[in-house]
Design a protein around this ligand. Structure first.
Ligand SMILES: Cc1ncc(C[n+]2csc(CCOP(=O)(O)OP(=O)(O)O)c2C)c(N)n1
Ligand SMILES: [Mg+2]
Length: 789
């Protein structure tokens, strides 16, 4: 395509800039010294450990220099997301060339000494990682784990109408499930109120050692696929630099103009029809401009260029020569002056100030973050005149609070709720009194709560919801992910990556804190009696607590007022991952709002009104964590208070799971003294827990009284059954809890033995009853706390 978008002079300069970026990339991978090749390359100039990924890098350098041009030409507010984030040298090199790198890290200066440090630090102990890691200015996406670039990019542009995210998608990355479904994000983007994502499919043909699927289908098939996803692909194909520069420039001008036209049409003309957004397919050789043939094998244009094409100059002297030739092929003397500075006529190609992609504030979202306007959560309190009154379902209460968070921030447009398809199912229907689900595809008359713009994002892909939310948070906004508890596991790995990002960024002085990633896990294991075994898995929190204590928080509020208090705290918090597990079914309410605030602030505490050990040492501590375990524990306590009235029982409820960990391990951890005071040093503790029991042991194994701790929780028993039977199947029900206690307390003597017998009979009665009637016995369904008489 000859369109003369570029003048010969500009083309020449852009090619030089690209060569400079390529030179810096090769330098980062290889050079320990002699950064400007002022003397012949010697083995001592080369790093001992050669690490990094060359293959993707020249293509990304090519993209970056071309994006710089359109940013300047159209004054774009643009950031760059690198799906194949292993191309770190490209982004580090380019942010260095544009000046942002040295502004943040003055030691990596714009001179020969700085160049040397830039090269040495890369993939070097004490230096920087090889990916587009948090250390890299302009990055919101490390790209270490492939698959999330497009969803992050869409998350970034929601409610950012002026932002364009250029999202480089690896053709290998495109094979992942999350990326494959992320193309559909265009059905959820409002051209009037959101920004634009420009996907650039980097079709370099290969992954680590395989061809990519998208490179080995016909061009027609690929085009049909992308069009089928709703995009208009522009192909830029070839390997000769000059025509490729011209083709890329022409394509970029065309797509930017189309993006602008789409936005104008929606914003000025009010056109609500879903547009077909443009995208680019860059079909260029993997390892472009690198060594062609090494040891008789083709490198450029093959999978062999993925990492380090010349892997061992120490034992292959000819590799040293090839490396020198390769570096010199970029003609560094034309690019850098004697001092090692990029020549001014090239430096002027980069955008200025915050238009530089490395300096764009959207990529350091904490700078743009504003506090949410928050309603007073106390105003949504459930009325609890006495412990045990039945509530409407805790998440339903929370939904009203969230509705008003949405309302109060409707002008700021900085809060969204994400979820696969479960906002209603999880009990948050009140949200739809204030907003809609954002949906830009077709609608028909019986649809509900769909609109081109809305605060609720629902697509049946947990990956998508997580990726969108992460992108939204990383660019300085707030949000909540509501999900079925069992299926949040789908994003275990994405959570990992985000938690790692938070850990690393909290140690970088120039990165500002971002809003916490809040999970509301509803429709939990104990009330999946109608969906059955597949829907029963409370293990996400086991996974979460593996991460750095400074980053993760886990809350299991026992009732609605506690849920409100916890969620208020989470939405105000910064730089954490908060996991909140809550029920949606009508359930007993225990605490007034005042009591709930105290309890949640402390995170753990004795419920005095349910205990009778005041002034004396308890015989047993009944501990509980989670709404259903709390109910069963209180029911167990009431049985014991009735049948074993001499027993001194202390009830401890845990809201903040991290309280159980030692103080040395988690900032929320109780001191050993406080823990021993609550749980005693030597009395049996019967602990009813929401999730897998081993987690409690894991968190408390160093505590004084750990040997006396007996935990009941979910042990992978479940099916379609009644709610109470779910607890019975897992020995977490009130009857088992009482029997467990009796077993640990010989002093209950014959009264204990008789009580146990009654309860065993009760369990058989229960089975017979549910088998016959398909619901729990009336004494279970209608049970009310009355134990404090
Ligand atoms: C989810 C995931 N699986 C596997 C890997 C290991 N890996 C690193 S790079 C790569 C190939 C990537 O190919 P592509 O996306 O085409 O990138 P490029 O060709 O630009 O290097 C693989 C499989 C990974 N980083 N993430
Ligand atoms: Mg590839």
């Amino acid at each position: 395509m000859t369109t003369n978008t570029l003048t010969p002079e500009l083309l020449h300069k852009m090619d030089a800039y690209w060569r400079a970026a390529n030179y810096l990339s090769v330098g980062q991978i290889y050079l320990y010294d002699n950064p400007l090749l002022k003397r012949p390359l010697a083995l001592a100039d080369v790093k001992h450990m050669l690490l990094g990924h060359w293959g993707t890098t020249p293509g990304q350098n090519f993209i970056y220099v071309h994006l710089n041009r359109v940013i300047k030409k159209y004054n774009l507010d643009m950031i760059y997301v690198s799906g194949p984030g292993h191309g770190g040298p490209a982004l580090v090199g380019n942010t260095y060339l544009e000046g942002t790198y040295s502004e943040i890290y003055p030691d990596i200066s714009q001179d020969e000494a700085g160049l040397r440090k830039l090269f040495v630090q890369f993939s070097f102990p004490g230096g920087i990682p090889s990916h587009v890691s948090p250390e890299c200015p302009g990055s919101i996406h490390e790209g270490g784990e492939l698959g999330y670039s497009l969803s992050h990019s869409f998350g970034a542009v929601f409610d950012n109408p002026d932002l364009v995210v250029a999202c480089v998608v690896g053709d290998g990355e495109a094979e992942t499930g999350p990326l494959a479904t992320a193309w559909h994000s265009n059905k959820f983007l409002d051209p009037a109120t959101d920004g634009a994502v420009l996907p650039i499919l980097h079709l370099n043909g290969y992954k680590i050692s395989n061809p990519t699927v998208l490179a080995r289908i016909t061009r027609e098939e690929l085009e049909q696929l992308l069009r089928g996803y709703g995009w208009i692909p522009f192909f830029v194909e070839g390997h000769e630099p000059e025509p490729m520069h011209e083709a890329m420039a022409a394509a970029l001008d065309a797509v930017v103009e189309q993006i602008k036209a789409i936005q104008k049409d929606a914003r000025v003309n009010g056109n609500l029809v879903r547009p077909r957004w443009p995208m680019i397919v860059l079909n260029s050789p993997k390892g472009w401009t690198g060594p062609k043939i090494v040891d008789g094998l083709q490198i450029e244009g093959t999978f062999r260029s993925h990492q380090v094409p010349l892997s061992d100059p120490a034992t292959h002297p000819e590799h040293l020569k090839l490396l020198e030739d390769w570096l010199k092929s970029y003609r560094p003397e034309e690019l850098f002056d004697d001092q090692g500075r990029l020549k001014p006529e090239l430096a002027e190609l980069a955008p200025k100030g915050e238009r530089r992609m490395g300096a764009n504030p959207h990529a350091n979202g904490g700078i743009l973050l504003r506090e949410l306007r928050m309603p007073d959560f106390r105003d949504y309190a459930a009325d609890v005149p006495a412990p045990g009154v039945t509530g409407i379902g805790d998440t339903h209460v929370l939904g009203r609070f969230l509705r008003d968070v949405v309302k109060m921030n409707s002008v700021q447009r900085n809060f969204r709720v994400f979820g696969p398809d479960e906002t209603l199912s999880n009990g948050l229907e009140a949200l739809f009194e204030a907003t809609k689900r954002q949906w830009d595809a077709a609608t028909v008359p019986n649809d509900e709560f769909l609109a081109p713009a809305g605060r609720v994002m629902e697509m049946l892909s947990e990956h998508q919801c997580e990726g969108w939310l992460e992108g939204y948070l990383l660019t300085g906004r707030h949000g909540l992910f509501n999900c079925y508890e069992a299926f949040i596991h789908i994003v275990d790995s994405m959570f990992n990556q985000h938690a790692k990002w938070l850990k690393v960024t909290s140690g970088l002085w120039w990165r500002r804190k971002i809003a916490s990633l809040n999970y509301l896990l509803a429709s939990h294991v104990w009330r999946q009696d109608h969906n059955g075994f597949t829907h029963q898995d409370p293990g996400f929190i086991d996974h979460v607590v593996n991460k750095k204590a400074e980053v993760v928080r886990v809350y299991l509020p026992p009732d609605a007022n506690c849920l409100l208090s916890v969620m208020d705290h989470c939405l105000r918090s910064l730089h954490y991952v908060n996991v909140v597990v809550a029920g949606k079914h009508p359930a007993p309410q225990w605490l007034t709002m005042d009591a709930a605030i105290k309890h949640c602030t402390e995170g753990i505490g004795i419920w005095q009104w349910a205990s009778n050990d005041q002034g004396v040492a308890p015989d047993v501590v009944m501990a509980c964590c989670g709404d259903v375990p709390t109910l069963e524990t209180l029911a167990a306590v009431s049985i014991m208070r009735e049948h074993l009235p001499d027993l001194k029982i202390r009830l401890v409820n845990v809201v903040d799971l991290m309280k159980l960990q030692p103080q040395s391990e988690h900032p929320h951890g109780l001191s050993d003294t406080d823990f021993d005071e609550l749980f005693t040093k030597d009395k049996p503790v019967i602990f009813a827990f929401h999730a897998y029991p081993w987690l409690i042991h894991r968190l408390t194994y160093r505590r004084t009284n750990h040997d006396n701790l007996h935990v009941r929780g979910y042990k992978e028993e479940g099916t379609i059954t009644t709610p109470f039977d779910m607890t019975v199947l897992n020995d977490l029900d009130r009857f088992h809890l009482v029997m467990d206690t009796v077993d640990r307390l010989p002093q209950t003597g014959d009264r204990g033995i008789y009580l146990k017998q009654q309860l065993k009979d009760k369990l058989i009665e229960h089975k017979q009853y549910i088998d016959k009637y398909g619901e729990d016995m009336p004494e279970i369904r209608n049970w009310k706390w009355g134990g404090a008489k």
